[in-house]
Design a protein around this ligand. Sequence first.
Ligand code: IVH
Length: 666
Amino acid sequence: MQESIKERIEKLRKIIDHHNHQYYVLAQPEISDFEYDNLLKELSELEEENPQYFDPHSPTQRVGNDLATDFKQVTHNYPMLSLSNTYSSEEVSDFIKRVQKGLNGEDTLFTCELKFDGVAIGITYQKGILTQAVTRGDGVKGDDVTNNVKTIRSIPLKLPYGTDFPDEFEIRGEILLPFEGFKKINKERENNNEPIFANPRNAAAGTLKLQKSATVAKRPLDCFFYAILGKNLPSRLHFENLQKARDWGFKISEHIQICKGVDEIFEYISYWDKNRQALPFATDGVVIKVNDSRQQEILGYTAKSPRWAIAYKFKAEQATTRLHSIQYQVGRTGAITPVANLEPVLLAGTTVKRASLHNSDQIKLLDIHDQDYVKVEKGGDIIPKIVGVDKSKRQKGSQSIDFIKRCPECGSELIRIEGEAKHYCPNTAGCPPQIKGRIEHFVSRKAMDIGGAEATIDALFNQRLINDSADLYYLNRDDIISLERFGEKSAQNLLQSIEQSKSVPFHRVLYALGIRYVGETVAKTIAGKYQSIDELKEASFEDLTSINEIGTRIAQSILDYFKDERNLKIIEKLKNAGVQLTQKEGTAKTDKLAGLSIVISGTFEKHSREELKELIEMNGGRNTGSVSSNTNYLLAGENIGPKKLEKAKELNIRIIHEDDFLQLIQ
Ligand code: IVH
């Protein structure tokens, strides 16, 4: 039966509300901006044509909402509006015509700017001092995230230059996470068993809402400013004001340009559509603004956005291809991810064979059937995603896809935890990919560093020689030799590697245990506070959360870990095998080298390089591989590399020897 208009409107409101929640509350969008904007557009048009179905709670009636409950809410001095946006060049031409008509044909200059893809922020400065930073929220009220924003290095706490700034003003900009930092954070999250961020915007949004600003400080957020508001601004012209703001010490993009009319604007748009890939951060379009604030005032505002500006959004590249099958992957934590196997298709320079389908809701929402032709998109996200189905090509009688009910690996009935989008296999103890995943983590380089074991885990597990990480310590020569491709020598090597791992320091053993959210850094922090695993086991929730850097989520996860009998058994076995579950004398953490970056080169008398590295880290410093202007010390041994030495001299970096170093940490 044909869907009635009323039904369609209601359905769209539901779908959009769902995506608003995913995007604004959970920071986990499931569809592209393009798809989302299309849905919103369809709804707005239907509502306009059918006013009898008006609803004040419709998603078209609000700008959006990203309020978190944990931050103080503040009313904006100037409402934070959004921009009307479009993917069509005709609509940009229409905008320019509308502006010219609105200004009775007066000469008009426009600024063209990059549209940064991050999180909007409004920051107030009083007498040149940063006093408050507020997120957009619902446009009227936002979250006070001042403490977190203050950790962003490129945002001045006190204006370093100039005196000609107004006594009080607000500067607005976009907080973002450049690609490099994004990759780094995701790598860490992967190591820590945490879900990775789909794109840099989510990572920036998630970071800005963290409760502990110390953690925020560790993430390399950045901010570009694009507007300044207040009385007594230096100029009537937007462009001039931004140049001034740059002079005062704010980060203003180099890529703002004054454009005279349609042609120059389109030239700017097409240049950046082609060249934005080369930028180190994500952009999703171009913003075109009337430059003169007098003209801006004449043009005015609609309820949601200024009439003097528009955003042209770049289209993410899309391709249509056939869905072959859906594979359900089981992660180390038991989370099930459906992945589509596709007929290979060329998209934005690479061949795409697989795309993520996120979760069961997404499959339902897309209404995918067997062998459908699907639209694949590669936007700012790391993994290409399916954003729609070409229903005109659907085969008659094809079946819609039902999400699996049982784990494809162990057959357990899947569960779904209230409020979570993913299904989980609850069989932590018996589901092979979960067990193997934990052991792989245990032997990995930054954990126990058992060389050669990674590739062998499958075989050891399949032969029932290991069922948890502690079993590795009870293997003997014959066990290993019984495996295919193992000879005397390789078996000896593996055994030796396992033996050596017994001297891995306590904090790395802690990391190796794979406690959820306990990554390398957290493990070091914990090992600095608790001298042994037994002490840690006795720690209460309050004890743990009183440690800087340990929030409620990590604390709870640690408590849960020790509640599980199976984990206690593993610990017991590790202890009996001689793995270091206590802190060695004299290795407690200090911050004597906090903030210092040290390069090690050459060979040393008293310590191995690995030990020196440990010492640097245990004292809060950072060991880096190559000498750069960020290096504080070059720790030089015998036979130091001549290049490193030369570079250090050239950059005027202090060169110290082993004894100087030991003195430093005394
Ligand atoms: S001007 C009243 N300029 O895009 C207009 N916005 O939907 C204020 N954005 O929330 C916005 N780059 O966070 C402006 N160069 C730029 C921008 C920009 C990114 C974001 C901004 C805003 C959203 C508009």
